[in-house]
Design a protein around this ligand. Structure first.
Ligand SMILES: Cc1ncc(COP(=O)(O)O)c(C=O)c1O
Length: 374
């Protein structure tokens, strides 16, 4: 489908399954986060792993973000192809890709990588020397998740080691508490995140004492963005999912509601069509495992709007819409609109977003970072 043909269409005419973005809700989410972060005197460095789309990264920058994050170097390379600069790669780069990171620094001296052990620091130093570039490096500090990152003491030692490397510039630290973002209790989530970031802040203060100019302390996600702004040392928030929201996030407690998280709106949905309605208690839609990543909670049905309907995965290409007693059975051919379970891996199943205003497709944005996972 070409863009010019598609942008004349109604949302109701789109082939399914497909991803749609409600432009107004998207704009509201972008504005709400930008305002919150600014009011806390922090900066936003949103994570592009959520949307995998350079158009959206640019819109976030236009709304005040100081830069964007990428999960992998290949995502950062695509963002650079689209003209974005100063990207922070938030995972330690695999050994086989370290030369490519140094090569990327030739295109963009502002690109930043994270490290959590001396071996990687040594490899980065050698690669930077081989390619005659300087590399900006952040120390990754483990918030207690055990995924990546050094201990607080180890992070200080690593910082000292980086400072001694002639081709590396120590620019700050990262501490992302991914294991806390979806804790249902708002109070527990905030308290544990505060504890993790306060511990990591010691590394930041040490970097300041060493005289590193304006060190970055980046972390935080959609689940803890508000509480984390209370950490004085934290400089940047790298939240991602706030842009779209998904069922996993909508079902945790928040400052406003112990059971729901409503500050950000469900801007991203998946459209599906009922393709079989022969059974008494359910119908079958055309969206299954290949288009809807199975997260911890099932997708939420927005349309038809009835509490008696629920989604269950029904194989690779199929989903089951279960109709409780008294719930209307969606008709064959009718549309079902779902808030996806977990947005990041679901987005990675698609090539484009259809952007909707007042029921009409107004734009098509490529998911140009799709499949970039190396
Ligand atoms: C390192 C890092 N930072 C930031 C984020 C964004 O978090 P969220 O989507 O919960 O806002 C993620 C998401 O997994 C991440 O891995």
């Amino acid at each position: 489908m070409t863009d010019s043909r598609t942008t004349d269409m109604l949302k109701a005419q789109l082939d399914t399954p497909c991803l749609v973005l409600e432009a107004e809700l998207l704009d509201q989410n972008i504005r709400a986060m930008a305002q919150w972060v600014a009011s806390g005197n922090k900066r936003l460095r949103p994570h592009a792993k959520t949307h995998k789309c350079s158009v959206l990264a640019r819109r976030q920058m236009e709304a005040g973000a100081v830069g964007v994050c990428a999960a992998k170097l290949s995502e950062a390379e695509k963002l650079m192809d689209a003209g974005l600069r100063g990207i922070l790669v938030t995972s330690p780069v695999a050994a086989g890709r370290i030369d490519a990171l140094a090569e990327a620094a030739k295109r963009d001296p502002g690109i930043m990588g994270v490290v959590d052990c001396p071996e990687t620091v040594r490899c980065l130093q050698e690669a930077a020397q081989r390619k005659s570039v300087r590399l900006k490096v952040l120390v990754d500090v483990d918030p207690g998740m055990g995924r990546t990152g050094a201990t607080v003491e180890g992070g200080i030692d690593l910082g000292r080691f980086i400072r001694g490397c002639s081709a590396l510039d120590l620019v700050g630290l990262q501490c992302y508490a991914g294991h806390l973002q979806h804790l249902p209790s708002y109070a527990e989530r905030c308290a544990r995140s505060r504890q993790a970031l306060q511990a990591a802040a010691r590394v930041f203060r040490q970097f300041q004492e060493w005289g590193i100019a304006n060190p970055i302390f980046t972390g935080s996600g959609t689940g803890t963005y508000d509480a984390d702004c209370e950490i004085p040392e934290l400089t940047d928030l790298q939240a991602g999912s706030y842009l779209f929201m998904d069922a996993e996030y909508r079902q945790i407690g928040s400052a406003e509601d112990p059971l729901r998280f409503r500050r950000f709106r469900p801007a991203l949905t998946l459209l599906a069509t009922v393709i079989s309605a022969n059974q008494p208690g359910h119908v079958t839609v055309d969206a299954g495992l290949k288009t809807l990543f199975p997260g911890r909670v099932p997708p939420e049905i927005l349309v038809p709007d009835h509490p008696g309907l629920s989604y269950e995965w029904f194989g690779d290409e199929h989903g089951k819409i279960v109709c409780a007693a008294g719930a209307p059975k969606p008709a064959l051919g009718s549309r079902v609109e779902l808030v996806v379970s977990h947005c990041d891996p679901t987005v990675n199943c698609f090539d484009r977003y259809y952007v909707i205003r007042q029921g009409r497709v107004v734009d098509v944005w490529p998911i140009d970072l799709r499949g970039c996972c190396w």
